[in-house]
Design a protein around this ligand. Structure first.
Ligand code: TXA
Ligand code: MG
Length: 357
């Protein structure tokens, strides 16, 4: 059975934290909220517990986990030879959604890193997560708390949907803050490389570093990498059951995107009576789809003027389209600026096909 532990996110209950910590110290696995998405945690030194994470998620063993810490002492416990650049970023962005790749301290079991000699580490900017790590007193390895390949969980209900009965407990502290995962940067490379766009915009990180970060195609979600540079990136991610068709444009003119979706939906209706088509639109464009009377649902993901809102609703909407029973879903693309890069990476990875207009 999976224990559900409810608490206020900002003032986590001491009793709940102690209960969760006890489970972790007994080599259990516990899902907990972070500012990005819910994570599924185990103490990094308990290899059996870490093994349980991979089993519960059905995650391939070569896809490494992120280590979560609550103090800089813990950083030195898990990493070696930490470069100056890392400290500049840490001073500015921690606690918060930035994950750094650093040399692995040999005391970190290799099961955590999928056999790599590097670690991924971050200090989460969520009071419940930070306090949990403090109470436990050890670094916690935690991937997102979803079944492998499913959209990441932004509520405890999402965790329960995927992992009920497969994990020891979940701390339910409501919705996470950002709704997309942390930004992963490899600062051991020159220039530093973006491995995954996330809640912190690359532009902000570049400002602190004083130099450009390389953004490979796979970080934009354009193709799956087969190389060891970005373990885990080669797997298909975030996919709903529905066939997701992403319609994107390199220009800021979203009317071409809207018109393409309308045309594509009409094309389908001209050859079939499909009644399971859905559209994911922005606040600004939803009214244009009213003329498509037969679509099952138009889901509004947020405003084009606030991509943080779009990011926050993204994974919830990817789950909603399945709950509603959409079989085909057309999704509008968004600009790749700021957190929009993380949104587009997730949408491209979730898509069955991409239409560029
Ligand atoms: O926001 C987040 O980062 C959430 C919360 C729970 O903290 N966690 C998360 O973990 O998204 P996960 O496992 O879903 O994604 C971790 C990714 C892996 O897919 C992998 O690509 C990368 O981080 N990663 C981990 N260790 C790495 C390493 N040593 N080198 C390169 N990439 C690594
Ligand atoms: Mg994940």
């Amino acid at each position: 059975v999976t224990l559900i532990l409810r608490t206020d996110p900002l003032n986590p209950s001491r009793e709940i934290l102690i209960q969760a910590a006890r489970i972790l110290l007994n080599k259990g696995i516990v899902a907990f909220p972070t500012e990005t998405v819910y994570g599924l945690g185990a103490i990094i030194y308990y290899e059996d517990a870490v093994e349980k994470i991979f089993k519960a998620k059905m995650r391939p063993p070569d896809n490494p986990l992120i280590i979560h810490i609550s103090t800089l002492d813990m950083l030195e416990e898990v990493a070696l030879n930490i470069p100056e650049d890392a400290y500049s970023l840490i001073n500015r962005f921690w606690p918060g959604p930035l994950t750094l790749i650093l040399p692995r301290n040999p005391r970190v079991p290799k099961i955590v890193t999928g056999g790599l000699d590097t670690i991924a580490v971050r200090m989460p900017g969520h009071p419940t997560a930070l306090e949990l790590i403090n109470v436990v007193g050890y670094p916690i390895a935690a991937p997102s708390a979803n079944l492998s390949g499913r959209p990441s969980p932004v509520t405890a209900e999402h965790v329960i949907r995927d992992l009920m009965g497969r994990i020891d407990a979940v701390i339910d502290a409501g919705e996470t803050f950002f709704g997309v995962e942390s930004t992963v940067v490899n600062i051991l490379e020159d220039p530093p490389t973006l491995l995954r766009p996330g809640a912190y915009p690359v532009e902000e990180i570049e400002k602190v570093l004083g130099r450009k970060i390389a953004i490979p195609d796979f970080a934009r979600g354009l193709k799956y990498s087969e190389v060891a540079l970005a373990p885990g990136m080669k797997y298909r991610h975030y996919s709903p059951e529905a066939k997701l068709i992403l319609v994107e444009s390199a220009t800021d003119d979203y009317s071409v995107v809207v018109n393409k979706i309308i045309e594509a939906v009409r094309d389908i209706y001209s050859v079939s009576t499909s009644s399971d088509i859905c559209i994911v639109s922005s606040v600004e464009t939803s009214s244009y789809y009213r003329k498509l009377e037969k679509v099952k649902a138009v889901l509004i993901i947020g405003s084009r003027r606030n991509l943080y809102e779009v990011a926050k609703n993204l994974f919830k909407i990817l789950r909603d389209v399945d709950n509603i029973g959409c079989k085909i879903v057309f999704v509008e693309g968004f600009p790749e600026t700021g957190i929009g890069l993380a949104v587009m990476n997730r949408l491209r990875k979730a898509s069955s096909s991409i239409i560029r207009v």
